[in-house]
Design a binder for this molecule. Structure first.
Ligand SMILES: Nc1nc2c(ncn2[C@@H]2O[C@H](COP(=O)(O)OP(=O)(O)OP(=O)(O)O)[C@@H](O)[C@H]2O)c(=O)[nH]1
Ligand SMILES: [Mg+2]
Length: 480
């Protein structure tokens, strides 16, 4: 038996950025030829893409952990590391991406529509790229940023124009089989259909798709039977068809009360009120069925429904029905705003990714949050004093130091950068951090310095100052 899976939890990991390389060029008569460490490569993204040849989420049910490849580290000789490869995950048309709390992140409809589920980490800069007029030979490089890890939920909602709803055994699957070329399972016991069936109908010049869902019973919206779980498959349909059984032998049922019960379930489920509906009275090949259909028709019409009497088995009334559906589908399509054939959904960036916040928490810890400070911390090799000093410079330039002081931080207070589970915690040393620039410039190796005349030294100092202004923004070459 094939399993139908229309909801999976997926754990995706983007590739880590490769580390930058700290290296010094060496030649025979030039032992200190300057920094030549290359940049690390970017980690690959994890991208969900609609592929119409994929029809279920079964693959992800079987292997729910997926990772893109990491960027390679940079190397000496100014060699950049290779970027990691994006991991493209094909998903069925109509896949909805949610976070674990149930918020919709993306609705993937249409071949090629894509969503970046996890973004690769940027590569770390090598010491060649970190060199500047004031930091001629950095003895450190930046670490690659770890790739995003995301837990997401994928839900499949069938993309069909018309949805058939009704009691078990009303003949929904039979109707699909005679209106289209689809061959769903049909049987005379209830709940034959366990998964939605999809068929393609051609009526005149209109081609549309038609889907059924497992039969609904009273209480479906509270989870009775199979129905509710599958009602999301009718959410996208633009036309609803009530399939009513005129030949049921159950004494407490008749087409009108069946309709009322199904309508009550749909209302309870919600969100379907504005779909046009028509009523199909099925099984009129059965003599009693035909009589019953004639009897209830006026009642149904009085409620405003267009009523079609058909027999799926004897092929009665099918042409009229399929053209009426084509007409409704055509109107629905015309009323819909034209959508791009392919939409690309990109995860929105944090609202203000240049900002940061400093909050004093109950236990006296000062927490710094912000895209840049958090990333910078991850890019720092804490075993390298120069790298740590560079981080201090960057934080200081951004104004983190100042905000900490304003928030009342004192020497020795704990400062955490990053979220609860993933923070780097320091004992704050304001004089060191605030005075970082005064203590000495990073990466200045005097062996590189030739004696300079005073005028040149003044000019260089000005250049250095300009450089400092720039560098903290400039060194984000992998942005975007
Ligand atoms: N006499 C007669 N029997 C029909 C007609 N349409 C369907 N049936 C029979 O009714 C039974 C149920 O048909 P299905 O198409 O499986 O019904 P369904 O609505 O898909 O049922 P579930 O999948 O259980 O919800 C089968 O035995 C069919 O042969 C019809 O027009 N006339
Ligand atoms: Mg069925």
């Amino acid at each position: 038996m094939t399993t139908f899976v229309d909801r999976v939890e997926l754990h995706v990991g983007a590739g880590n950025g490769g580390h930058g390389c700290a290296s010094v060029h060496r030649e025979k008569f030039k032992p200190l030829g300057g920094p030549d460490g290359g940049n690390g490569g970017r980690g690959g993204d994890v991208i969900l893409t609609v592929d119409q040849s994929v029809t279920t989420l079964l693959d992800y049910h079987h292997s729910p952990h997926r990772r893109a490849t990491n960027g390679k580290p940079g190397e000496g000789g100014n060699r950049s590391g290779k970027d990691g490869q994006d991991l493209i995950l094909p998903v069925p048309d109509g896949t909805v991406v949610l976070d674990k709390a149930g918020n919709v992140l993306a609705d993937l409809v249409g071949q090629g529509t894509s969503y970046v589920a996890a973004q690769g980490g940027r590569g770390g800069l090598g010491n060649a790229a970190l060199a500047s007029a004031r930091r001629k030979a950095p003895g450190f490089a930046l670490l690659g940023v770890p790739g995003d890890l995301q837990d997401i939920v994928l839900e499949l909602k069938t993309v069909a124009d018309v949805a058939l709803v009704g009691y078990p055994s009303a003949g929904k699957s039979s109707l699909i089989s005679v209106l289209s070329a689809a061959k769903p399972k049909i049987a005379d016991y209830p709940f034959t259909t366990l998964v939605p069936n999809l068929g393609v109908v051609t009526a005149g010049s209109t081609v549309y798709t038609i889907a059924d869902v497992p039969g609904l019973i009273p209480g479906a919206s509270q989870g009775k039977g199979l129905g509710l779980e599958f009602l999301r498959h009718v959410e996208r349909c633009s036309v609803l068809v009530h399939v009513l059984d005129t030949a049921t032998l159950e004494s407490d049922r008749d087409p009108v009360s069946d309709l009322d019960i199904i309508e009550a379930e749909l209302r309870e489920y919600g969100g379907l009120d504005n779909r046009p509906r028509i009523v199909v009275l099925n099984k009129i090949d059965v003599p009693d069925g035909k009589d019953l259909a004639e009897m209830v028709r006026p009642d149904l019409e009085a409620r405003g429904y267009r009523v079609f009497e058909v027999s799926a088995v004897a092929h009665l009334g099918l042409k009229e029905l399929s053209f009426a559906l084509a007409d409704l589908v055509g109107r629905a399509r015309a009323a819909k705003p034209k959508e791009e054939a392919t939409r690309i959904v990109i995860r929105p960036k944090a609202v203000d990714d240049t900002g940061f916040s400093v909050v004093r928490e109950d236990d006296g810890l000062f927490r710094v949050r912000g895209e840049k400070p958090e990333r910078w911390v991850r890019q720092t090799d804490f075993n390298n004093d120069e790298a740590v000093g560079y981080l201090a410079d960057r934080l200081n330039r951004l104004g983190v130091e100042e905000e900490l002081m304003k928030a009342g931080a004192r020497a020795g207070d704990g400062v955490a950068i990053g979220p609860e589970e993933n923070a780097v915690v320091f004992d704050w040393e304001p004089t060191v951090m605030a005075g970082a620039e005064m203590l000495g410039r990073r990466g200045e190796d005097h062996r590189f310095e030739a004696p300079r005349p005073a005028a040149q030294r003044r000019k260089d100092r000005q250049a250095e100052r300009d450089d400092v202004e720039r560098e903290f923004d400039d060194f984000e070459p992998f942005e975007g």
